[in-house]
Design a protein around this ligand. Structure first.
Ligand SMILES: Cc1cc2nc3c(=O)[nH]c(=O)nc-3n(C[C@H](O)[C@H](O)[C@H](O)COP(=O)(O)O)c2cc1C
Length: 227
């Protein structure tokens, strides 16, 4: 059975706005077949900062820290799809996810190789069967001049087989009074999950519908501003 590992990077844990999208996506995936899905609330894990000593890259992949990252790395190696679900913070990933991503260093070695016009460390673990996905919600109504740094970072971190879903106006998912617009959007996300499970991709039209604002930007801003 294929394994899906979800890293929920919201400090709000299960109450995350973004996780509404992620759960809908997983519902779609589950419609397509049986999957072993494990959701990790990163905020509840003990993950120390990377110390930058590079010992893990020289010694076969063991970090000096003995914390929850050991289990996380084991789960990543056994996974088929890794979903990073997180809110946009300061145009990038929140600290919980950044700490986790830094601590992925044991998966790579010191050796640098030129790939696609840039240098990268080559892996000391074979992750070729792994697919990566970013699901990111944000508070502003605009995607442009907002999501770009996070999207660029994710593409550099996980080139190749990565899928990215960015959703503006995300706090609406936690507002029951907005259900008439968030409900249909979550149905689209569920459809995308099923499509992804069956084809390993999401059609461009569907993705464009999902990442567009649910209500006009100025209307959203007016509501957020109190009227
Ligand atoms: C520290 C902080 C930084 C934020 N930075 C951005 C930002 O750069 N752009 C944006 O559109 N929203 C930003 N937001 C808003 C969150 O992305 C938004 O509230 C999101 O819906 C929270 O999702 P969550 O409930 O999944 O954590 C920020 C929120 C916080 C608390």
């Amino acid at each position: 059975m294929k394994k899906i590992l979800v890293f929920n990077g919201s400090p709000k844990g299960d109450k995350s706005d973004t996780m509404h999208i992620t759960r809908a996506f997983l519902d779609g995936i589950k419609d397509a077949g049986n999957y072993d899905i494990h959701i990790v609330n990163v905020i509840d894990k003990h993950i120390e900062f990377c110390r930058g000593c590079f010992s893990c890259m020289r010694n076969g992949g063991t970090c000096i820290h003995d914390d929850d990252m050991r289990d996380v790395l084991t789960e990543i190696k056994e996974g088929n799809l890794i979903i990073f679900s997180y809110p946009l913070y300061a145009y990038g990933m929140p600290a919980s996810i950044k700490v986790l991503v830094d601590r992925l260093l044991p998966l790579t070695s010191m050796e640098m190789r030129e790939v696609d016009g840039r240098y990268r460390h080559v892996g000391q673990t074979d992750l070729s069967k792994l697919k990566f996905m970013m699901i990111c919600g944000c508070g502003f109504p605009n995607s442009r001049k907002n999501f770009e740094p996070a999207v660029s970072q994710f593409k550099l971190l996980f080139p190749g087989d990565s899928t990215i879903i960015t959703v503006p106006e995300c706090p609406m998912f936690n507002a029951p009074e907005a259900a008439s617009v968030t409900g249909p959007r979550l149905e689209l996300v569920k459809k995308a999950g099923k499509e992804y499970a069956m084809t390993d991709s999401i059609s461009i039209d569907l993705l464009e519908n999902i990442i567009s604002p649910m209500i006009p930007e100025d209307v959203y801003a007016k509501i957020v501003n109190g009227g």
